[in-house]
Ligand binder design. Structure first.
Ligand code: NAD
Length: 422
């Protein structure tokens, strides 16, 4: 079987997905139309051209965005993504999700997102650094620890955050709290790198207990083997005793019914090798990944991968856990609901990253470092409390987890807007 490079994704933009999901919860809350408008519209959008000197002397010009969706509850917060398909509507949708995510976790931030339309695999490390510095220069006027704090997202990492910190600090003085997801030696937080995967595991543990789907020995399928997917696989394997039976990355996937050798696969990936080249499993395509029967299905790559057209009617799992942002289109969501397949929504499941980013920001402002254990304990307490709120409201109103999570978040942001006079 051969592995395909690009699996199918919905062309529905994250913005349209968010708006459709927002409506259902806004109706549940009987939100006034003016408030719906405030909560859906972005506070500020910045689009910049980023000219970059390439290694061969040419100048290439990239388009980039920083969208601050809402700052009623605190400074805007959200990652920066480097991806060829990153565009205005995708970044806007992702910025809105950050507003709901920080509100649901009840951490003192609003929502933002950044994106550069670029294929980073075609850039050298020096070109990537020049791109990051130029982009930071162009948007630094709207950034800052009390304005807007970037973090890593798809194809960006601690090194990219270090360049952002350096560029921002060269203008404003040493400001570690201006960006999170930094290397530990530059003021990053212990536990930040694994935080999204760890938060997903904590939510899965709660759900497993409440709904009687034990994690120990459970069959888990994960799409995406980057920051989120690889840490999730590691933690489920080592701390939850689950059996990770299939994973994939952009190159394709691997499947082993008895459970993959997760430590071996992590070492293989750390050596820069794609998942599709892992030999101790059967090679599968990203499309075939969705056909593997499992208990927990965890999309942890990109948005719009569970769709009516491709897989929503055939997915064979007990629970979908959204590690990625917006992996399920609204129509696919309805199909899963009709089929009785519960979905743990993105801005609950994957909120561990922004929650530990909040601890990183707090540590930078306090000029004090927390232990890894303290970070993990705080994360577990925060995400478990948010989970319990969603579970209880979902039960009380008879709605899916996603609608309950939206209702809690919308209520909090609307309250902050009203208290500020809107
Ligand atoms: P990453 O760049 O570290 O990893 C992305 C992974 O997805 C890689 O393994 C890549 O090969 C794979 N991938 C890319 N395109 C794919 C495709 N078309 N099909 C299958 N696999 C594909 O990114 P990440 O930080 O792990 O983010 C993954 C998702 O999680 C994104 O939706 C992101 O917005 C979301 N998220 C990330 C964080 C975080 O802290 N990094 C927090 C919350 C949500």
């Amino acid at each position: 079987m051969t592995a395909t490079a690009r699996p199918s994704r919905s062309t529905m933009a994250a913005k349209a997905i968010v708006e459709s999901q927002f409506d259902r919860a806004a109706t549940l809350l009987s939100l006034e139309s003016y408030m719906r408008r405030i909560l859906l519209s972005p506070f500020r959008e910045v689009q910049v051209e980023v000219p970059v000197r390439m290694d061969d002397g040419r100048i290439e010009v990239f388009t980039a965005y920083r969208i601050q969706h809402n700052g009623a509850r605190g400074p805007c917060k959200g990652g920066i993504r480097y991806h060829p398909e990153a565009d205005h509507d995708e970044v806007l949708g992702l910025a809105a999700i950050m507003t709901w995510k920080t509100a649901l976790m009840d951490i003192p931030f609003g929502g933002a997102k950044g994106g550069v339309t670029v294929d980073p695999t075609k850039l050298s490390k020096l070109e990537l650094e020049r791109l990051t510095r130029r982009f930071t220069q162009r948007i630094s006027i709207v950034l800052g620890p009390y304005r807007d704090i970037p973090a890593p997202d798809v194809n960006t990492n601690a090194q990219v955050m270090a360049w952002i910190l350096d560029e921002f600090s060269s203008r404003h003085g040493y400001t570690p709290a201006a960006v999170t997801g930094k290397p530990i030696s530059l003021g990053g937080s212990l536990g930040r790198e694994e935080a999204t995967g760890r938060g997903i595991m904590y939510v899965m543990m709660e759900y497993a207990r409440d709904f009687g789907i034990p994690l120990t020995g459970a069959r888990v399928v994960i799409q995406g083997f980057g920051n989120v997917g690889s840490h999730l696989a590691r933690l489920l394997h080592t701390e939850a005793g689950a059996k990770v039976i299939a994973v994939s990355d952009v190159s394709g996937g691997t499947y082993k019914d008895g459970g993959l050798d997760v430590p071996g696969l992590l070492a293989h990936s750390a050596a820069g090798k794609p998942v599709s080249e892992w030999r101790d499993g059967k090679a599968i395509t990203n499309d075939e990944l969705w056909t593997v029967p499992c208990d927990w299905l965890c999309p942890c790559a990109l948005g719009g991968v569970i769709t009516r057209e491709s897989n929503a009617t055939t997915i064979d799992c007990k629970v979908v856990v959204e590690g990625a942002n917006e992996p399920t289109t609204p129509t696919a969501d309805l199909i899963l609901e009709e089929r009785g397949v519960p979905v743990i929504p993105d801005f609950l499941a994957n909120a561990g990253g922004v929650t530990v980013s909040y601890y990183e920001w707090a540590q930078n402002l306090q000029q004090y470092r927390w232990t890894h254990e303290q970070v993990n304990n705080e994360l577990r307490a925060t995400i478990t409390k948010a989970y319990a709120g969603v579970r209880d409201l979902a039960k009380q109103k008879g709605v899916p987890f996603r609608t309950a999570a939206y209702a809690i978040a919308l209520q909090r942001v609307a309250e902050a807007e009203r208290l500020r006079g809107n």
